[in-house]
Design a binder for this molecule. Structure first.
Ligand code: ADP
Ligand code: MG
Length: 622
């Protein structure tokens, strides 16, 4: 019989109080997973104690792919089925890749809708699928260590990733069965790992030198919100270049003809890499290559070999500062990320350039994953009382209800906060003096599929013909995620407003569910939306026309004009009731509008004239 669990005194008896969530750094060279346990963020190791999972996948026919070290071991014997650096093409189209002037190490086959596929023994694989294999390995690792009730993950992406690269990252995670709480920018994650989000404000430079890429980001922190001011770097510069530089030197001192022997070259490179890593601790190191005398590499010589590369990174820092329009002395914190920032020369040069000591206490390989884990822990709800919820973007779109139960989005999801957006609306009926503003949250097109946040009325709108009043609705979300909505009639300036808390009411699980539903239903929704829109428009036009005709049709129109208008009106009613193609309704409305153009103009004139003459406006209400 299984043992029954008894809680500690004073603790809750409910099991699984802590909701399991992880942070994942999906890197070009290495990936890793971290979590917060008992309040401490830690990276998780595999059975052999490895924290870093090489971002390499090996494909074999009819077999589960190998990921990480075992895949890396196949790279020399079966290079075509060993895929590495897939992050370089994730979310990119064939055209993007071909036009990028960096070296393209992949051979693509069977491109479909311009999504590149790489041929492997397991068949053609997309970058999303390959990335998903890496994520799956990390998910397995997390579940082996923590148990399988993982509720979600925060996955990091480079700050410069565009929408399609971000979407591809999310797709890969979904494919791996992960619930993505949120994507987080890598530099932001690193800053969080150092607790820099706790400061009131400041400018942070994040220097990330990995295996094959260099990224620098300038972040501005204001009221707990990070804003990316600029990014820069070099997508073909990293620790691999340091290895190559040492290898080139070895060729010179040992024997230049080694270059011809591919296997010997690989060994040389791996010896070079070991030497580089040794030099982060020792002043000099001995390099042993089979069949040759030992070579001694001093720190000084090494620094000489890599100096131009390090200078390049500093130049990129200077450019990033210029792009952000920031002076060196305005930078309050510098964060070092990436395995290659262990190199002493790199640290020295960065410190010299900024004139400040950079943060290096947290292992530079792990710092991004640790920041992601801290963020995941908060999003999982493990920190009581919304404390330090880093709400840097709006998780779901915000909008208002328009006629026909439709939602008009005013602020799109993923917009960074704080933000303010305004849009003008108008009345639906002649003489309408009040308007109900219904505030909604969600991605779907119909009100019934979104979440209602608040409702308020704007009253005192001057009665005018439908469409003449101008009501400006403003949405404002502050840095805390608080939404205020105001509505104002532009001419009279009457206004009304309300404050709502849009994000706190929804758990991230619910947000994900809503997003998923919106994606699943997107096409159907669009059709339903345009049909509803056209029906509403048809109703509005017919209703307004009938009211107008009843009042002054006889005075303002000839019998012939009247007959023409009513004929076109009946065609609209017929289309509105029977057509399931929105375009058909639209055409009938257009025809009616064309027929009644002169009539509308005559009415506008007389309405405005009466108002100017000081007539009581009620006279024009229908
Ligand atoms: P990425 O972000 O591209 O996945 P990482 O941040 O994991 O890359 O960095 C990998 C690079 O860090 C490799 O070039 C590796 O050789 C280098 N590296 C790791 N440890 C050390 C060390 N002790 N000294 C110098 N370089 C190191
Ligand atoms: Mg990295």
């Amino acid at each position: 019989m299984a043992l029954l669990q008894i809680s500690e005194p004073g603790m809750s008896t409910a099991p699984h109080q802590h909701r399991l969530a992880v942070g994942i750094d999906l890197g070009t060279t290495n990936s890793l997973v971290a979590t917060v346990r008992s309040g401490v963020a830690e990276t998780l190791a595999d059975e052999d104690g490895n924290i870093l999972l090489p971002s390499v996948v090996y494909y074999q026919e009819n077999k589960t792919p190998l990921v990480g070290v075992p895949a890396l071991e196949m790279s020399s014997s079966d290079p075509l089925n060993t895929i590495s650096s897939i992050k370089r093409v994730l979310g990119r189209s064939v055209e993007d890749i071909n036009s990028a002037n960096e070296l393209n190490p992949f051979s693509f086959v069977g491109t479909e809708n311009s999504v590149p596929r790489i041929n492997t023994a397991l068949g053609p694989r997309t970058a999303v699928e390959i990335s998903s294999d890496i994520l799956l390995a990390l998910k397995d690792r997390a579940e082996k260590t923590l148990g399988d009730n993982l509720i979600g993950a925060v996955i990091t992406v480079p700050a410069y990733f565009d929408d399609s690269q971000r979407q591809a990252t999310k797709d890969a995670a979904t494919l791996a069965g992960l619930n993505v709480f949120r994507l987080l920018n890598e530099p932001t994650a690193a800053a969080i790992a150092y607790g820099l989000d706790q400061a009131a404000e400041g400018i942070i430079a994040v220097y990330d030198l990995g295996g094959g890429t260099f990224d620098v980001s300038i972040l501005r922190l204001r009221k707990g919100v990070f804003e990316v001011m600029s990014t820069g770097g070099d997508s073909a510069l990293g620790g691999d270049d340091f290895d190559q530089a040492i290898a080139n030197w070895l060729l010179e001192v040992l024997d230049p003809s080694i270059r011809e022997d591919e296997i010997a070259m690989r060994k040389l490179l791996s010896a070079a890499r070991q030497a580089k890593e040794q030099l982060t601790q020792y002043a000099s190191t001995t390099i042993t290559v089979e069949g040759y005398p030992d070579a001694e590499l001093t720190q000084e010589k090494f620094e000489q070999l890599i100096e131009t590369y390090v200078k390049k990174t500093i130049a990129a820092c200077r450019r990033a500062l210029r792009d952000a329009d920031i002076g060196k002395d305005e930078v309050s914190e510098i964060v070092m990320v990436g395995g290659s920032t262990r190199v002493p020369l790199v640290r020295k040069q960065v410190e010299k350039f900024f004139g400040k000591q950079p943060h290096t206490d947290i292992d530079p390989d792990r710092v991004v994953a640790i920041g992601a884990a801290i963020q995941a822990d908060i999003l999982a709800g493990n920190k009581p009382g919304d404390e330090m919820l880093l709400l840097d973007v709006i998780p779901l779109s915000l909008g208002i209800e328009t006629m026909g139960g439709l939602v008009e989005k005013i602020i799109d999801r993923n917009t960074t906060i704080p933000v303010a957006r305004a849009q003008e609306f108008t009345t639906y009926k002649d003489g309408q003096t009040a308007m109900r503003v219904h505030v909604l949250q969600g991605e779907r097109e119909l009100v019934s599929d979104c979440r209602s946040l608040a409702t308020f009325d704007l009253t005192g709108i001057p009665p005018l013909v439908a469409g003449a009043a101008k009501i400006k609705v403003t949405f404002q979300v502050d840095a805390d995620g608080l939404l205020s909505v105001s509505a104002q009639e532009v001419n009279t300036r009457v206004s009304a407003s309300i404050q709502v808390k849009p994000s706190y009411g929804l758990s991230d699980k619910e947000i994900e569910a809503m997003l998923k539903a919106s994606m699943d239903n997107a096409q159907q929704d669009m059709l339903a939306r345009s049909l509803r829109e056209e029906q509403v428009e048809a109703d509005r036009v017919v209703e307004a026309l009938n009211a107008a005709l009843a009042k002054d049709g006889k005075q303002l129109l000839s019998a012939e004009e009247l007959a023409n208008i009513t004929f076109k009106r009946d065609a609209v009613i017929e289309a509105r009731t029977n057509a399931d193609n929105p375009e058909q309704i639209k055409q009938s409305v257009k025809a009616l509008e064309a027929a009644s153009k002169n009539y509308v103009a005559r009415r506008m004139d007389s309405s405005v004239r009466s108002m100017m003459q000081g007539h009581k406006v009620e006279e024009f209400e229908t």
